[in-house]
Design a protein around this ligand. Structure first.
Ligand code: ATP
Ligand code: MG
Length: 206
């Protein structure tokens, strides 16, 4: 990424194990709503909230994210979190992206209702709100609220409802059910080619 100022950049962080249409619709909707120049998908390295659960290799999650976003000229994928050693904290993601885009960039961190509810427990939460504007998006099964968060730092956006989660996709692969139309076609093929998820274990949906 070259140094660019005055740009509005969305950040979609996630484990993306695998990436699915809920992630993609949320990013597309926020891109449109805020007139973002681009949305960068950032697969986590070792997610600190998921330390006790099994997560697919970072390289597989990164490649699925690349496959899923390749056709959208406004979507990009960053390796900052998978290339940084140790657990992934969003405050580090924001610092690194701010540095690579240079001064003047406006960052919009996109997060689903479930993640937004827990955000104050994230490392250096106050600093995160200085580094980026937060955009909470609706997600079926979760209540979207920003009452616990600093007023001017968060916007709420309703996005088309996709009752899809990565955990449910993994569970479907274990159960030999299709994941067609829940994840992009290329991701269906990638999961089969790399034999991901087939042998579990899978974690309960969250
Ligand atoms: P898992 O079930 O493994 O936790 P997930 O489907 O929740 O996977 P994550 O990678 O954990 O996906 O989520 C990344 C981000 O995308 C989070 O901010 C999450 O809230 C948001 N998100 C995930 N699925 C949806 C969805 N269907 N609609 C809106 N936002 C979503
Ligand atoms: Mg999740």
């Amino acid at each position: 990424m070259q140094q660019q100022s005055g740009r509005r950049v969305g950040i979609m962080g996630g484990t993306f194990d695998p990436i699915h249409h809920g992630h993609l619709v949320a990013a597309s909707e926020v891109q449109d709503r805020f007139g973002l120049d681009e949305v960068v998908f950032v697969p986590t390295g070792r997610p600190w909230q998921k330390e006790h659960v099994r997560v697919s290799p970072a390289e597989d999650r990164y490649l699925m994210t690349v496959v899923a976003t390749a056709s959208n000229p406004r979507f990009a994928v960053s390796r900052v979190d998978i290339d940084r050693p140790g657990p992934t904290y969003t405050v580090d993601t924001l610092n690194d992206l701010r540095e690579s885009y240079g001064p003047g960039v406006e960052l919009y961190f996109i997060t689903g209702a479930d993640a937004l509810a827990a955000i104050l427990s994230w490392k250096d939460a106050e600093r995160m709100f200085e580094l980026a504007h937060f955009v909470g998006v609706t997600r079926p099964g979760y209540e979207l609220s920003a009452e616990h968060l600093p007023r001017d730092s968060v916007s709420l956006v309703e996005v088309p409802a996709m009752a899809i989660s990565s955990s449910a996709c993994r569970r479907r692969v274990v159960d030999r059910k299709p994941v067609w139309y829940l994840v992009p076609d290329g991701v269906v093929q990638y999961i089969a080619k790399r034999k991901l998820y087939r042998n579990g274990p899978v974690d309960p949906p969250r």
